[in-house]
Design a protein around this ligand. Structure first.
Ligand code: ATP
Ligand code: MG
Length: 555
């Protein structure tokens, strides 16, 4: 069975072969297992697309499981945000969402079994002592003095730990595996620690909590996950997961590792993103400059663009860094097809058509997206008093400037060809108003004037113009790799100019009822979306992405 025509990536190949061999009855069941300790970022989106994509491709299922074994860092707010993000990306998980904490009792029973089998022991050493005794890959571990406690004694102590009879830090449960393995994860790893902490779901029912490495693999087994896809840093943990599965005789999920997605000009760990939020360096997890899914959504990125990006990046076995412009390419590609084209003037200057009747207004038809006729058309008002982009006029332009300048012709998009006759300056020498005459028989669609014009510019009729706020974003960091500088914290590389607010912008009247999340192309100016800060009488737009990749020039 090979549903896709394109070459399979190495994970698809594994799944494909497993199906051919009828492994697990040719069943495919994946999972996305976030820890609810922060908001998801674009790296998680990659993992989501991969896991749900495999299930979609091979007729399988995907669980959403919260790996909530660490009560001190987890919050319900994160659970809700993660669900929202996965749904927004367009994926539906199997049944209700699942939680590792639902398996606490089962995991506890597994631990008792390991104790009874002489495979786990209660250690009175503390975490520092254990770390100190652990040795190095070439130096064996010093055995804990408690390593040879009898199963009976271990069981009694472990039950006392559960019952809250021992203080935090006084005891841990460890697997009894190896003193010498070069894989440090196999050197009697800690399975449980005592934590008198309130858990977001189990409340105060537990005062011992399983370590991630003990809970994660077993949770996959409990759910009978066939293909447990994770990032490369867990490769060395795989022998430990396999050891637990073997000792417990439980469902053998197959772990497959792939390289995590890294992007330049940003940071991508929840811990660091949390710092940006907590230190007020951004406005929140959904700040449009953040690489979080909620930030990208607010910025105006579409789910399809993010999914296409994930596919385009592919699945790698070795770590690499992807250029942010590849993500922006995917965004442009999708919005070009789906976003209506409208007129927005970001830095306005007044234009007077001196030979146009004072109180006349024409409603001129304009298609919403030439790429897609089904998106229909609308009208825009044209009148004597307009706004145009300040940068579309030059008093003394070079030859190649095909916009407005004294004596030159230009077409106003969807309207007439005009000829610039004059301009007005204020006392500071700044141009405040441009004057032009129009050619009445040069109307778009029925131009019989024979007049030539090289350029086309956009405009908005002043009377109907809707004043709006526009937020322009740039990269969050000044350098490609903000991390790994010995003497400098990554926050020192934040781009101070990553946000520019324009508060004198206008959009055409058809946008007056636009709603947060609506996406548009402002012709010639880029892709924009309505921000959630908007109110009924104050629209705020985010620039999602420029029309072209302008960074190369900027460098
Ligand atoms: P972070 O290091 O950013 O805090 P994490 O790995 O701790 O992320 P988890 O909640 O444990 O976050 O991750 C859930 C899933 O997403 C895991 O399977 C993890 O491997 C995957 N994942 C996390 N970051 C990336 C990334 N940059 N690229 C691809 N997959 C990722
Ligand atoms: Mg993690």
């Amino acid at each position: 069975m090979n549903p896709g025509k394109t070459k399979l990536n190495f994970i698809e190949q594994i799944v494909h072969d497993d199906i051919e061999m009828n492994k697990h009855g040719a069943r495919v069941h994946t999972r996305f297992p976030p820890e609810p300790n922060g908001y998801l970022h674009i790296g998680h989106a990659k993992s989501i697309c991969l896991n749900f994509g495999l299930a979609e491709k091979y007729g399988g299922k995907t669980n959403l499981r919260f790996d909530d074994t660490n009560p001190t860092k987890e919050e319900t707010e994160y659970v809700d945000a993660i669900k929202r993000d996965v749904e927004w990306l367009g994926f539906k998980w199997e049944g209700k969402e699942l939680y590792a904490s639902d398996y606490f009792e089962q995991l506890y029973q597994f631990a008792e079994k390991l104790i009874n089998d002489g495979k786990a022991f209660v250690d009175d050493c503390n975490v520092e002592e254990i770390r100190f005794m652990r040795g190095t890959p070439t130096v064996p571990m010093t055995p804990s003095p408690y390593r040879d406690r009898s199963p009976e004694e271990n069981l009694e102590l472990f039950r006392e730990m559960r019952a809250g009879k021992h203080p935090e830090g006084s005891k841990v449960l460890r697997a009894k595996i190896s003193l010498t393995s070069p894989n440090m994860h196999l050197r009697d790893p800690i399975m449980y620690r005592i934590l008198f902490a309130h858990h977001h779901r189990t409340g105060d029912a537990w005062c011992i909590y399983p370590m991630y490495d003990y809970a994660h693999g077993q949770s996959d087994s409990i759910e009978e996950i066939t293909h447990s896809v994770c990032t490369l840093e867990f490769e060395n943990h795989r022998p430990l997961y396999k050891w637990f599965i073997k000792q417990l005789g439980i469902f053998p999920s197959r772990q497959i590792e792939f390289a995590r997605l890294n992007l330049n000009y940003t940071v991508m760990s929840k811990r660091r993103l949390l710092r940006l939020v907590e230190e007020g360096l951004v406005t929140g997890w959904d700040d449009p400059r953040m690489p979080t899914i909620s930030g990208l959504r607010r910025r105006g990125y579409s789910p399809a663009a993010v999914r296409n990006f994930a596919t385009r990046v592919g699945v790698a076995k070795r770590d690499n860094v992807i250029d942010l412009s590849l993500l922006e390419f995917s965004v442009r590609e999708d919005l070009n097809k789906t976003a209506p084209r409208v007129m927005g003037v970001l830095n306005p200057i007044k234009l007077v058509i001196t030979n146009y009747p004072d109180d006349k207004t024409e409603d001129l038809p304009l298609v919403n997206n030439p790429e897609d006729e089904s998106m229909g058309s609308r009208t825009i008002p044209f009148s004597k008093h307009l706004y145009i982009e300040r940068t579309d006029f030059m008093e003394d332009p070079p030859n190649k400037f095909f916009r407005l300048a004294p004596g030159r012709n230009v077409r106003l998009k969807g309207a007439y060809i005009i000829n610039c006759t004059d301009f007005v300056k204020d006392e500071n020498g700044e141009v405040t108003e441009v004057h032009a005459t129009y050619y009445p028989d040069s109307k778009s669609g029925s131009d019989t004037s024979g007049v030539k014009s090289k350029g086309v510019i956009h405009f908005i009729s002043q009377k109907e113009a809707v004043p709006v706020e526009v937020r322009l974003y740039d990269r969050l960091f000044n350098v490609e790799a903000p991390l790994g500088h010995e003497d400098k914290d990554f926050t020192e590389f934040l781009n101070k100019d990553s946000l520019t607010v324009l508060d004198k912008a206008f959009v055409e009247p058809s946008l007056v009822a636009a709603k947060p999340g609506d996406r548009f192309q402002f012709m010639r100016m880029g892709y924009f979306c309505v921000d959630s800060d908007s109110t009924d009488n104050h629209l705020v737009f985010n620039r999602t992405v420029t029309l072209k990749d302008g960074w190369k020039k900027k460098k």
